[in-house]
Design a protein around this ligand. Structure first.
Ligand code: GAR
Length: 229
């Protein structure tokens, strides 16, 4: 049997997206192995979740380094120690420098709680409400040097209700993120998606817009053909 692709997940917080990915692996919806959970915060819930489920953990805190370059060198060494095929950012709340991003270009992905290119950065739920938007969602994208700007592979959408607050939006979006991330990873592990410059190609065809979960992509990462939608 050929070796399964290995993921290294980076997270700064509670780790619910990490858990969703791990669940998908355990339930054999995702044909991958988890190399490690790496965090930049010693108190991150994600580290505890991983350790409790026998996933290797590494914590590298920026405060122990003289600057960003040194920190990212150590981070890269730690990641490369697990020889991952994919580096998966799941709530890793640091802006990464160009050297590190280039090192993993085309095999590092991130989930962001907005319909990119809308609302890069923080406080996306509040900003959706302030802008009076009627829909919201999450995006999985390739990581490129500019913050939250890499080509978007797939999105999940939801309607904004009149009585939504930033908290209810976040609460309603999270379970959708937990479906979107494993589904997008399953598609990527099928070797059909490729980052070419700023374009995403699927089966050698550039896609004009991100795939939408439930319309173009099912929860197992299978592409839904137009006639079957
Ligand atoms: C998720 O909502 C994710 O989309 C967001 O952080 C949260 C992590 O939650 N990521 C970003 O904002 C990245 N810019 P989790 O730790 O429970 O997975």
């Amino acid at each position: 049997m050929s070796e399964q692709p290995r993921l290294v997940v980076l997270a700064s917080g509670r780790g619910s997206n990490f858990q969703a990915i791990l669940n998908a692996i355990k339930q054999q919806r995702l044909a991958a192995t988890l190399g490690a959970m790496i965090s930049d915060r010693a108190g991150a819930g994600a580290l505890e979740l991983a350790a409790n489920q026998d996933v290797d953990t590494v914590c590298i805190e920026p405060r122990h380094f003289s600057g960003r370059d040194d920190y990212e060198k150590a981070l890269m060494t730690a990641i490369d120690g697990f020889a991952p095929h994919w580096v998966v950012l799941a709530g890793f709340m640091r802006v990464l420098g160009a050297n590190l991003v280039h090192h993993y270009l085309g095999r590092m992905i991130n989930i962001h709680p907005s319909l990119l290119p809308r609302h890069r950065g923080l406080n996306t739920h509040r900003r959706v409400l302030e802008a009076g938007e009627s829909d919201h969602g999450a995006s999985v994208h390739f990581v490129t040097p500019a913050l939250d700007s890499g080509p978007v592979i797939a999105q999940v959408r939801m309607r904004v209700a009149e009585d939504d607050t930033a908290d209810t939006l976040a609460d309603r979006l999270l379970p959708l993120e937990h479906r979107l991330y494993p589904a997008t990873l399953a598609l990527l592990l099928d070797h059909r998606v490729e980052l070419r410059d700023e374009d995403i190609c699927i089966d050698d065809q550039t896609i004009a817009a991100p795939l939408r979960l439930g319309r173009d992509l099912d929860d197992d990462g299978r592409l839904v053909r137009p006639g079957e939608r």
